[in-house]
Design a protein. Structure first.
Length: 200
């Protein structure tokens, strides 16, 4: 199988620096649009300080805190589904300042046609799909529960926090007995949870 480098596909993936000089979480993607203009989409990452060059879009896949919508939602360059915007507003008690779309809609982001697809990870979770100037198909998903409706792509940018099922240290089955033991035999216990549904 021949593997092309990202740069051969007309895409540069990068991590930007934040105001403290360290790298921001998640990545940004630089590419050229149909007219040859250089564009940048930042994916599920924190907002870039105002004094620095802003991306063309902050793509927010869903409203979980590890996808940094709290910061990006304050930018007019933010793009997310209507349901994700509502969830962000409720969670952070702030007004969403960006653009919204219905799941499955095609949205114009600075002249770039971006198609959206549901990922079923949580309410409003969406994937983003577009092509660059050389026809490379780029798909950004965030977390995915159901990939059945996602289109084929040349470059996939997805969440990467899943464990290896072959690793015995990773537990993928519900451990109800372990939970009962922790609750009833060990006294007071706190379990971490997202305040906005996690569907994994």
């Amino acid at each position: 199988m021949i593997s092309k480098k990202l740069i051969d596909l007309g895409v540069l993936a990068l991590r930007q620096r934040n105001s403290r000089g360290s790298f921001k979480p998640h990545i940004s993607v630089r590419f050229r649009d149909d007219t040859g203009d250089l564009r940048m989409f930042s994916i599920d990452t924190t907002r870039t300080p105002g004094k620095l060059s802003q991306p063309d879009a902050y793509l927010i896949t869903h409203a979980h805190s590890d996808h940094h919508g709290k910061s990006a939602m304050l930018s007019p360059n933010a793009v997310c589904s209507e349901k994700t915007a509502v969830a962000l507003e409720i969670r952070h008690d702030r007004r969403y300042a960006g653009r919204m779309f219905g799941l499955g809609d095609e949205v114009d982001v600075g002249g770039i046609r971006v198609k959206t697809f549901p990922t079923e990870h949580t309410v409003g979770a969406s994937a983003f799909y577009w092509e660059n100037d050389v026809g490379t198909r780029i798909l950004v998903t965030g977390d995915v529960k159901d990939a059945g409706r996602l289109p084929p792509c040349d470059i996939l940018i997805t969440e990467a926090n899943y464990g290896d099922p072959a690793d015995p240290a990773c537990h993928f089955a519900d451990d109800l007995e372990g939970m009962k033991c922790a609750l009833f035999e060990n006294g007071k216990v706190a379990f971490g949870a997202y305040e906005f549904g996690k569907a994994q």
